[in-house]
Ligand binder design. Sequence first.
Ligand code: AMP
Ligand code: ZN
Length: 469
Amino acid sequence: MKLYNSLTRTKDDFYTHTPGRVEMYTCGPTVYHFAHIGNLRSYIMEDVLEKYLGYIGYDVNRVMNITDVGHLTSDGDSGDDKMLKGAKRENKTVMEIAKFYTDAFFTDCCKLNIKKPNTVVPATTYIGEFIKVIKSLVDKDYAYLAGGNVYFDTSKLEKYHVFNDFDEEDLAVGVREGVEADGNKKNKSDFVLWFTKSKFDSQELKWDSPWGIGYPGWHIECSCISMKNNGEYLDLHCGGIDNAFPHHTNEIAQSEAYLGHEWCPQWFHVRHLNTDGGKMSKSKGEFLTVSLLEQKGYDPIVYRFFCLQSHYRKSLVFSYENLDNANAAYQKLIAKIVPLLSASGDVNEARFGELKANFTEAMDNDLNTSLAITALYDVLKSDADSQTKLALVKDFDKVLSLNLIENAQKAAAPKEIELPDEITALLAERREARKAKNFALADEIRDKIVAMGYSVEETRQGTVVKPIK
Ligand code: AMP
Ligand code: ZN
C-alpha cells in the first residue's frame, strides 16, 4: 500500500517497524464542546485507514488521547484553556464538561460507524507520566524554566520545522497577528511543556510538580500517551491538517529529544471540511453537528458516504445541497443492492478476486475512497452473478462501514402503513369497547372502519388494518 507521508511529501510504501503490526496514534478531541462535522471528517478518514490496514492483514494497535486539559484558545501558548472556556460557558466544572462531551463524541462516532480505538486516554489521568518526561527533557537540557513555566528549547534541534517549506519566521508562534509574544521564550518557536500558577490563575485543574503547582501544555500529552501505549517506535500518526503545526511539530521535537532516536516515520493528515463561508467553526454561523444533521432528517451514514466520496487530501466543502446529492446517490446505491439480498449459492471465487482487485488497487493508492466507491458501483454494474456481487458488497463494507446490507434490508422490508387519524381514533374506541366486553359496539365500530375502505383482521400479532385495494 502507498500512503502519502507529510514528512517526506511523497506517496511512500507503507512501512511498519514490526512486520504485520501497526502502532497507530490519533490526536483525540478537545472535549469542551460537541465535535463539529469537520472534526468528524478527520475521524471518519482515520477510521477507514485503520479498517483498511486490518483488511489487508495488519494487526493494528490504535491509541487516542482525550484533551481535557492544556489546549489553549490559540494553538500556541496564549489564551485560556479551552476546557475552562467550556466550563464557564455552561456553569459547570471542567470535569463535568469533559465527561459530557467525551460521551457525546463517542455517541457521534458510533452513529458514523467510527470504531473506538483500542486505547483511549484522557490527558488528566497521565499527569505523572508528563512530569516524568518533562523532567527528563530538563535534565537533558532540552527544556528550561522561565517565568514559572517550563519551555522546550527548539534551538537545540538540528531541524524543528519538519512538515513545511514555509518561512520559519512566519511560522514562529508569537509573531502571528493577534498573538502576544511571550517574553519568557528564548526562541520564538519555543513552546510550553508545563505552566505554573504564575500564569492563568483561573485554571481550575492544577497538579503539583517539581516546578510548582500547575498544568501541562497540550503537545506533551500526545507524545507521552503514545510512547506509553504504542511503545518507543510509532508507525503512523494521524490528525487533521491544522495539527501539523504547531502541535505535531512539537510532538516530534519533544518525543525525539526524549527518546534519542527517530519516533514516527509516517504522518497522515486529513484536509479540512469547510463551509461555503470558509473555515468551520463552533462559534460562528450554524454549528454543524451530527445531531443537527439528524434533526434535519439525514441519516449520519449519509455524511460518512459524503466524506468517502472525496479524497482525504483534498479540502471538502460542506453544503446541504452537496449532502442532498450524496443522499440521493446513497439511496440509489442501496436500491441496487436490494435485489441481491435473496441471492444464494456458491460465490464465483475468480470473479470475486478480479472485482475485489479494483477496490484494493484504489485503496492501496493513498486511500482513494472515492475510486473505491466507483469499484463498488462497477461490481453492481458487472455481469457477475448475484451471490458474488452480494459477497463483494459485504466485503467492501468491512472497510467502508456504510451499513449497505442493513439499509438494503430496511429498504426491502414492507413499509408500515400510515393510517388516517380518524381510523386510529376509531381503533382506540374499538379497543376500549372490547376491553369493556361491549362486543356489539366493537362490531359496530369495525363496520364503520370497513365502510371507510379498510379491512380489519385479528391476527396473533394483534389487529391488522389495511386499506382495501
Ligand atoms: P480538536 O477537538 O480541536 O482538538 O480537533 C479534533 C480533530 O479535528 C483534530 O485532528 C483536528 O485537526 C481536526 N479538525 C479540526 N477542524 C477540522 C475541519 N474543519 N476539518 C477536518 N478536520 C478538522
Ligand atoms: Zn495530538
